[in-house]
Design a protein around this ligand. Sequence first.
Ligand code: GTR
Length: 356
Amino acid sequence: MISEELARRSVKKIDDFDASTFSRVREEYINILCREEYGTPLPEPEKVWFEELPLDFAAKRFAAGKAPKQRVIAHTVVCGKEFSFPFWAIIPKADGKYPFIIHNDFEDLLPSKYTPAEEIIDSGFALFSLCYTDITSDDGDFTTGLAGIVTPDPAHRAPTDSGKIQMWAWANMRVMDYAMTKADKLDLSRSAVAGHSRLGKTALVTGMLDERIKYVIDNESGCSGSALAAGTAGEKIADITKNFPYWFCENYKKYAGVETLPFDQHMLIATIAPRRVLVGSAAEDYWADPPSQFLCCAAASKAWENLGLTGLVASDRAPEIGDDFRDGNVCYHLRAYDHYFSRFDWNVYMEIMKNK
Ligand code: GTR
């Protein structure tokens, strides 16, 4: 069923490569995805330093005092200008090296609706949480925040100038820079970046660009994230470029309504090989289109197979509620109900990270 459906949708196969030619193919995919969809990646900062704010009483007592809730300010110099943003760092006090998750969230709050901080700590993880609008607003304003610094002419964006997803991804990488300074307390071989919906798209772009991230957790990102555009029954490029043009570069608008695309989202997932990609879908999330997310994972799998690894290991049929395919390096689950970053989803991702 999978290969017939991919052929019916005319999804281009991932190229043949081996370990020695992968970096060239990966580079090509990154170039096309950045030029045509997300925009040019932001430059690395010229300088980065971190300020850890003093802990108040509540911060010291966070989660019964198991793990202080540290407010950190990331200071950077980028394109010759200073840019700073805050995030939370929660590293358990007890001895050990912790796997960790960088979660780009919709709120500057911890715990939050989508971030069950104490449960994450209790599962044996360290957690970093940032709020995407502290980086740049979620709208077409390119004059303020990080956008105001990196966009040469906000009134006339050039075709490949980065969209907001690239900016949120850049901030994830700065939090990863901070994690690198805590190597005594963190297991750097089990580093994850996570996000839901538009921030799931952001997690994938972060994983594409930053090989320090070993697990990419994409919860229900759908269109322009982990769902194939070709043949989708959910949100289309025409919808997303009409409603949220500023998430992308201007070039992406060219693909609204185009039937046969020269690239698709499986290429984005393929750039993350040989690292791990964990994708979650919700059965009633028709806009994200779970079957197109599942097929995207299946189509991307060839990248892992080319490297002698397993990609998605799944039944050869459309996904069903309760499916939890976690045997390969591309994992996919489909749970019941609607669009949400639920405790159920977190548990699936954390169990996989603990066992692989
Ligand atoms: C929707 C958008 C989706 C998804 C979602 C979200 O309206 O069409 O692509 O990203 O928003 O981020 O909440």
